[in-house]
Design a protein around this ligand. Sequence first.
Ligand SMILES: CSC[C@H]1O[C@H](OP(=O)(O)O)[C@H](O)[C@@H]1O
Length: 360
Amino acid sequence: MSKFRTIWTTEDRYVEVIDQKILPHELITRKLLTYKDAETAIKDMTVRGAPLIGATAAYGIYLAVRELVEKQLDGSFLDAAFSDLRASRPTAVNLFWALDKMRDALDNSEGDFLQTAWDTANQIVEDDVETCRMIGVHGLPFIEEISKRKKGDVVNILTHCNAGMLGCIEWGTITSPIYQAIEKGIKVHVWVDETRPRNQGSNLTCYELTRHNVPHTLIVDNAGGHLMQHGFVDMVIVGTDRTTRNGDVANKIGTYLKALAANDNNIPFYVALPSTTLDMTIENGFDIPIEERNQDEVRYMIGKQANGEIGSVLICPETTQASNYGFDVTPARLVTKIITERGVCNASEEGLLELFPEYK
Ligand SMILES: CSC[C@H]1O[C@H](OP(=O)(O)O)[C@H](O)[C@@H]1O
């Protein structure tokens, strides 16, 4: 797999990210010099995707520590950094997990505060790479099983939003089993939900799959049920921003509808879950904070215009108001299996505790 990363450190020990707001039209990077740069990048979705949000926040704390040391600021500056980054987006639990990990590391640092922040943020990134690779290892058998049943014919996979490498660091969660299947010579085709309103599917997942020569077809969000009814989908696999103790899954708005359609058509519905997205402190999905974003993300479509310029167009009357919920919750009963870096389990407390006994 030709790998590229979504976030990396520079020679002068700053941080650089891909600006995902303008993919697939332009590949532009942004350098993060301060924790406020990291906060803005998360808020405006320059970077997005639960694991990548966590990694960016971790580096944001490193940048805050660097600024505190270089400008000899007091601890309130770092407290503000934690508070601002914590408030950047509410649903993806990776953000809070990463910030807690940075806080623990700094609280227990016995040496160079700045080096501790640097090392911890880098470790979060490297751990995600291996976590996603292992999700692929454990998810691959599901694709292999369908391929065998179809005597080597194409395995048709439907996915929603972007839970690929652009939502993570390298492998991605839902794309890891796909990339590993293709490396084994299994024929795969991916139905890509465009995923309104920000079109992470058409903009990001299609970009990734194109780069990796993965056969795919872009569909409108509302087509998935029809395709499932007519036998064009063999499995559905999605990511998650937060999965609770009982196995309920928060993910991009529209995921729940795909789960309902898959269940109605006896199609397996898998969730690719890195343990950094697990929230065992919350009993069920209805307690997950659901982000509401600016209504203009719905009222306008952003894209490349005929003249080659990237712009946005209003798609409703000027006076029309819009609702913009960013996520929904798929009940555990609609999830066939959860695929984690430690293995596969049922979407239940019992299933999750089998893989993660530390939460007993
Ligand atoms: C492995 S990415 C997980 C998750 O994050 C995305 O949301 P957003 O693009 O708003 O950050 C989407 O829900 C993905 O499934």
